[in-house]
Design a protein around this ligand. Structure first.
Ligand code: ARG
Length: 475
């Protein structure tokens, strides 16, 4: 019979026991559960609700339970329903009556959400770390290829030449914003619900701020009904994971595309490729595809949790037990994808010549030829039409703009002079894009300074991160 079975005369069926249990999932939160119980016990002792002897026995007992779980030597039993019951039962078996006093002034409703908040805070920090490593790899690759030009695309059609470093840094900024979202999710989780009890608070003289401090929370939740039923902080992390996964999927898609024989812009290392069981020649970008594909499940985790929360009345409802599986999955998936992408990026080979050769195709200089005329006084719209005409001429002749003679140019406008040849040079075209945030070498060098500043600031934020109570070494 369960610890709560006093008013029951019959046991639940084996099926409903298994159906209702969250233990297979929430046993992963045992460190948070034990840290929360120790903090609660110390607070009960300080407030005179239980004796100091009881506190000492509880702490020592919980340490022994933790050591057994750490060692993989704990008899998890589905009949215990969840991690809270498992730990409490083992504690009572170990130390007897003092263990049975632990749950004074507490409910599993405030206990589970405390554990989940501690877990979410920790995983946010883990993901911020993985995010920083990935950003560092992008920056290193951008720095390693300062001169490489490739076609920039709109509508997947050749548009204007850009620097590879600029292209890579575009992803840097996506992940920089993801770091902020993870940091915000961490702050959202940073409030302690203990003391809310089942839903209404409790009659014991609890010191909520002491428990919060002990557990490394910066504040306490302000409303007990909200506290036991709020999972916004879970949604915040799921959203942060979803956006970051979406960013990874965009990068992964380019890795897949760029490694095709049609593009040939990059060669993935063997360690980030797989072969085919039937086609001996194949080298497939499986891991980029998996990163792209796993985005679906992360977004699914977010949508699933939103739908679980929809129309949920106050306060605790068992529906809320569905909160942990998705967030555990989303965080692990994103963490793995960041590690995978960082490894893939740092080991790939950039095929500069292939990028350059493609940049020579598709009239990437056309805008600059129009600008050449506009800078000599022609309204840009007319210049645009003239260059459109020249492109048509090239199409008909099967040549590029730089294959046209000065006479061909002059036939369209007198403003063309022999120096038009310089306007067609890709290197110059790139260099001339000096606007802040543009692809010109000088602008990218300026951008790189901002990149380094944000990287240093975020590394600093992470370094100053206090380890949460469940990470703290045993005293
Ligand atoms: N296993 C439960 C969960 O994850 C713990 C809280 C149970 N509370 C209750 N009143 N049944 O939500």
């Amino acid at each position: 019979m369960a610890l709560w079975s006093g008013r029951f005369t019959e046991d639940v069926s084996e099926f409903t026991q298994r159906f209702g249990a969250s233990l297979p999932v929430d046993k992963q939160l045992y460190e948070q559960d034990i840290a929360g119980s120790k903090a609660h016990a110390r607070m009960l002792g300080k407030q005179g609700v239980i004796s100091q002897d009881d506190v000492d026995a509880i702490e020592a007992g919980l340490d022994r339970v933790k050591a057994r779980i750490d060692a993989g030597d704990f008899p998890f039993d589905i009949n215990d329903e969840d991690i809270h019951m498992s730990v409490e039962k083992a504690l009572i078996e170990d130390i007897g009556e003092p263990g049975a006093r632990l749950h004074t002034g507490r409910s599993r409703n405030d206990q589970v959400v405390t554990d989940t908040r501690l877990y979410v805070k920790k995983r946010c920090v883990d993901l911020m770390e993985a995010n920083l490593k990935l950003r560092r790899v992008l920056v290193d690759q951008a720095k390693a290829h300062p001169d490489v030009i490739l076609p920039g695309y709109t509508h997947m059609q050749h548009a204007q030449p850009v620097l590879l470093s600029h292209h890579l840094l575009a992803y840097y900024w996506m992940f920089e914003r993801d770091f902020k979202r993870l940091s915000a999710a961490r702050d959202a989780a940073d409030a302690c619900p203990l003391g809310s009890a089942a839903l209404a608070g409790t009659t014991y003289p609890l010191d909520r701020r002491m428990t919060a401090d002990e557990l490394g929370f910066s504040r306490v939740t302000p409303n007990s009904l909200d506290a036991v039923s709020d999972r916004d902080f879970v949604l915040d992390l799921l959203y942060a994971c979803s956006v970051s996964s979406m960013h990874l999927s965009r990068l992964a898609e380019e890795m897949v595309l760029w490694s095709t024989s049609e593009f040939g812009f990059i060669t993935l290392s063997d360690s980030f490729s797989t072969g085919s069981s039937i086609m001996p020649q194949k080298k497939n970008p499986d891991f980029a595809e998996l990163v792209r594909g796993k985005t679906g499940r992360v977004i699914g985790d977010l949508v699933g949790m939103l739908v679980t929360m929809k129309a949920l009345p106050l306060a605790y409802n068992k529906d809320l037990q569905e909160d942990k599986e998705g967030v555990i999955d989303a965080a692990r998936t994103l963490e793995d994808c960041c590690v995978c992408m960082a490894g893939m990026l740092s080991t790939l080979t950039v095929n500069e010549d292939a990028m350059r050769a493609q940049a020579e195709k598709g009239y990437l200089a056309a805008t600059d030829v129009a600008d050449y005329l506009a800078k000599k006084g022609m309204p840009f719209r007319r210049a645009h039409a003239i260059v459109g005409h020249l492109v048509l001429l090239c199409d008909q002749r099967g040549c590029d703009l730089k294959d046209l003679s000065i006479d061909d140019f002059k036939a369209e406008s007198d403003l063309f002079e022999p120096d038009i040849i310089e306007a067609l040079d890709l290197r110059e075209i790139v260099r001339a894009r000096t606007t802040e945030g543009g692809t010109g070498d000088a602008a990218v060098a300026e951008q790189m300074k901002k990149v380094e500043r944000t990287l240093a600031a975020d590394e600093q934020e992470l370094a100053s991160e206090e380890p949460d109570a469940s990470d703290a070494p045993e005293a």
